[in-house]
Design a protein around this ligand. Structure first.
Ligand code: ADP
Ligand code: MG
Ligand code: MG
Length: 876
């Protein structure tokens, strides 16, 4: 015979699936002898049985409930509905995962016109008895009979006003009696029936209501959003009442065993004297901090503090505890693992390890890497009130304040003058990078979490909000509106990239703190992990940040970002527009020392750790002005200054832009295909790297450059480019007389490269899986088009489980990675392998990389701490 009902002492903490979280913990606390009011739990299986029998309580469940009730009555020496000595109970729902939308708790069940008299006599406290009765009618009517609380509150308020009271405690027993009559009339009016007087009927109606609440709209939506299966069901807890509203020696409260916002190991909570249940959180009266309980009720406080300590030791976790004091006696009503901020999460596990409660592995597993993001960026001081103007997608965490600008050039100019600006634009393109660099933050009205603005901002560790559709931007008029509010060019706003909130004016902020505990946790992570963590960094500042955050090298240095610099772009353009080899060489020779400078800075910042440098990757037209804009300018000049030199120049430029125009730039003339056709470009870059290496060798500093050839699809491409790089190295070594080590490898970002990795490995010292492009080329999606047009719908309709540009598609793209590693190592067992797509900073992808046998992951500097932790978790 299936057991559907468990008395508290029959269960334990491991029975969450059957008893729900609340029930399992009530059983566990009973088992270890804590003062828990006795009761029983009707299982989640009973809930499922209820639905299977067409929403009726099956006979077996009813029978076992009545038996459990008898056991409870026996134990308490009271009977449900007994006018002389009535038992009162609470009915509490509780599923496996705590779920908003589930039925609210009903307190004081068992009250009726007769038992209320009994309670009044027994407690010698009629005021308390009638107050409890009216609370019961109100809760039961709301939760079970579905009558809006508003009607009851209204009556309460009217009565209070009429009697000239300001707070409830002024009500007398007679006042409450009057209100009870009023309440009953409300019930009659809404249900056309009397308020149920039979306590058993009350109990089963309440159990029914709990089961029904499993499938109310709110609960269903919540489950869908949080991927909680529908078949789990909810349990029902029936528990004898204890009363915090029996007078000044009674009270009720909630407490955390440690401070949930800082992690400080002190009790943290609030209580109210002479109050019941939800009064503390309801905010009707202001509760007192738990510390004052020490003075008001020293013995109770000590007992509570001891219990908290015991619960924490028992669960080996910070607990969130509900308690009630009835006439000086303490009862524990609930315990669960407490929710906490990232800062607190870290402090708590590190403290607990030191206190010997948990070991290092457990400590590492308990902190969610995603939470760390909060700690690595400046953030808004939550203690200051703020008004939110609009909300967009929280695309890149961190907060920033600055003047609104609408143009990347202006952003750069003001930024370089030391002004704080926020770049606001419908969306951004690679042309805006220089402005983004100089801005405090980026705000767009279009585009998703993986739009250009979002990706670039995350890479730079800059705050960014995307897709804020409430923003109507007028680029010409230089203002934007949100409803009636107009924000003009130069106005100051604050944005919070962690929440997506936009606010007017300046809001106070707190600096990121890498606390001592944080450092400690990361040190443990480093001891545990077996996969390296590098950073993607394109300039010396980012390299320094990466080093500070504990990166063991640079996994991807994109040289094109160096080309985008405002002072260099004219030279880059000259190089592109060159009519012949000599002209091109001239421009390249000007660029060389500039790139060399950057490389020296990066090598120095990395202090001897390996630095992987990717030679030029994007198509050349990305360095030229926009075609449409240029056309407008040319047309204008043709009318206004038809004879000018400027026109001639612009026309020539336009011609080149048109020549370089591609049908599909993502698959066009880019990557090593540039080096194949214009070897002098790659040669210049290779030389710049080697001159930098020689310069550092001269200073006696260690350098480990790793030259990476992008977008290789056929081994012959790599073979040719490898020879080019070797030749450059030989030349520089001969010229400078300095020796330095270097390696040459390739990015694997085209399926053909993964499929022929055994061949490609013959020419490569290392593989770096460029999973951004590999995802594009494997799915055949152009990212910019996919994210704007259909990807969102795909995810919503569950065609794809996740955005494959954010979370590595292990099944498809991952298979190519595994194949690439395997084939490559077959040819060259010493082949070094890594990943440098954005996936390198995402925890499930890091776990995959570890299992695939990669040597390292590489991610943006700000994600390095996260990746160190996730890499440790992958090995545990
Ligand atoms: P929630 O899941 O919303 O916290 P609970 O079932 O924990 O709901 O209960 C709501 C409130 O009622 C809590 O303050 C709790 O302490 C109180 N409560 C529940 N059962 C009892 C009881 N048997 N005696 C006294 N107070 C109770
Ligand atoms: Mg609770
Ligand atoms: Mg690529």
């Amino acid at each position: 015979m299936e057991k559907f009902v468990y008395l508290f002492h029959e269960g334990n903490g491991n029975m969450r699936d059957l008893l729900g979280g609340k029930g399992a913990n009530l059983a566990e606390m009973t088992r270890i002898g804590l003062p828990v009011p006795f009761g029983f739990t009707i299982t989640t299986q009973a809930c499922n049985a209820y639905y299977e029998s067409g929403k009726t309580i099956p006979n077996l469940v009813e029978k076992q409930t009545i038996e459990a009730l008898a056991a409870l009555e026996e134990k308490m020496g009271k009977k449900l509905g007994d006018p002389q000595n009535p038992l009162l109970v609470s009915v509490r729902s509780g599923s496996v995962f705590s779920m908003p939308g589930m039925m609210d708790t009903i307190l004081n069940l068992g009250m009726n016109d007769e038992t209320v008299v009994g309670v009044a006599k027994l407690t010698n406290n009629p005021r308390f008895a009638y107050d409890s009765y009216r609370r019961f009618i109100q809760m039961f009517s709301n939760v079970v009979l579905e009558i809006d609380t508003f009607f009851f509150e209204q009556l309460l308020e009217d009565t209070r006003e009429q009697k000239g009271y300001s707070v409830d405690p002024e009500m007398t027993a007679e006042d409450w009696q009057e209100i009870i009559s009023g309440y009953k009339e409300i019930v009659k009016k809404h249900t056309r029936k009397e308020f149920p007087q039979d306590p058993r009927e009350q109990l089963f109606l309440a159990i029914n209501a709990v089961f029904n609440s499993w499938n109310n709209q709110r609960a269903i939506v919540y489950r869908r959003l949080n991927k909680i299966p529908d078949h789990l069901g909810t349990a029902v807890n029936v528990q004898s009442m204890v009363f915090g509203n029996m007078g000044d020696d009674s009270g009720t409260g909630v407490a955390f065993t440690r401070n949930p916002s800082t992690g400080e190991p002190v009790l943290y909570g609030e209580y109210l004297i002479n109050a019941q249940g939800e009064d503390v959180v309801a905010g009707i009266r202001t509760p007192q901090p738990i510390a004052t309980l020490k003075e008001e009720m020293p013995e109770v406080y000590q007992q509570f503090a001891d219990t908290c300590h015991r619960l924490e030791q028992h669960y080996q976790e910070m607990q969130d505890i509900e308690f009630t004091v009835e006439r000086g006696k303490l009862f524990i009503l609930q315990t669960r693992n407490g929710k906490r901020t990232a800062q607190a999460a870290i402090r708590i596990v590190v403290d607990m390890e030191k206190e010997g409660i948990i070991d290092k592995k457990t400590a590492l597993l308990r902190v969610d890497p995603d939470q760390l993001n909060q700690l690595l960026h400046r953030r808004i001081d939550d203690s200051v009130p703020k008004t939110i103007l609009a909300k967009g997608l929280p695309a890149s965490p961190g907060a920033a304040t600055g003047q609104v600008v609408f143009d990347a050039d202006e952003a750069e100019q003001l930024g370089n003058e030391g002004k704080k600006v926020i770049l606001v634009s419908p969306e951004t393109t690679p042309d805006d990078i220089h402005g983004m660099v100089a801005s405090q933050a980026i705000l767009t009205s279009r585009g998703g979490m993986t739009s250009h603005a979002a990706v670039v901002a995350r890479g730079m560790g800059k705050a960014c909000i995307c897709g804020c559709e409430a923003l109507k931007i007028d680029m010409k008029g230089k203002f934007f509106t949100v409803g009636d509010t107009v924000v003009r060019h130069g106005d100051v706003i604050t944005i919070d990239g962690s929440t997506g909130e936009i606010m007017l004016g300046e809001i106070p902020m707190i600096d990121p703190e890498l606390s001592e505990e944080f450092q400690q946790l990361l040190t443990w992570a480093d001891e545990e992990r077996k996969i390296g963590v590098r950073a993607n960094a394109d300039n010396p500042e980012d390299a320094k940040k990466s080093f500070e955050f504990g990166a063991g090298g640079i996994g991807l240095c994109r040289t094109e970002h160096m080309f985008m610099d405002i002072k260099r772009i004219p030279i880059v353009q000259k190089m592109i527009l060159a009519e012949n080899f000599n002209e091109r060489m001239e421009a390249l020779e000007q660029l060389l020392p500039m790139q060399q400078d950057d490389f020296e800075g990066i090598f120095e910042a990395m202090q001897g750790y390996p630095v992987t440098i990717r030679l030029l990757d994007p198509p050349l037209h990305e360095f030229l002005p926009d075609k449409e804009e240029l056309l407008v300018e040319v047309t204008k000049l043709q009318i206004l200054e038809p004879q000018s030199d400027e026109l001639k120049q612009k026309e020539q430029l336009l011609k080149k832009v048109r020549q370089l125009d591609e049908f599909n730039p993502m698959l066009g003339h880019r990557g090593c295909r540039l080096g194949m056709i214009y070897p002098e470009i790659y040669e210049m870059q290779a030389k710049a790297i080697f001159y930098a290496a020689a310069a550092l060798a001269e200073k006696g500093m260690a350098v480990k450059p790793e030259i990476m050839i992008p977008l290789v699809g056929h081994v012959n491409e790599l073979k040719q480019m490898r020879q080019l790089v070797i030749d450059a190295a030989v030349k520089v070594q001969e010229e400078t007389g300095k020796q330095f080590e270097y390696t040459i490898g390739t990015m694997i970002e085209i399926p053909r490269a993964a499929l022929t990795a055994d061949k490609i490995a013959e020419e490569a010292d290392f593989f770096s899986f460029g999973t951004n492009d590999l995802t594009q080329t494997t799915f055949g999606y152009s990212r910019d088009d996919a994210e704007g047009k259909f990807l969102q719908a795909y995810i919503e309709n569950k065609v794809l489980p996740e955005n494959p540009f954010a979370v590595l598609d292990q099944e498809g793209v991952g298979k190519l990675v595994e194949m690439g590693v395997k084939l490559g190592r077959k040819t060259k067992p010493s082949l070094k392998t890594g990943i440098c797509g954005e996936h390198g900073g995402e925890k499930s992808s890091i776990d995959f990389c570890y299992r695939a046998g990669l040597d390292y992951v590489s991610c943006s500097p700000y994600r390095v701490p996260l990746a160190r932790l996730a890499a440790a978790q992958a090995t545990i």
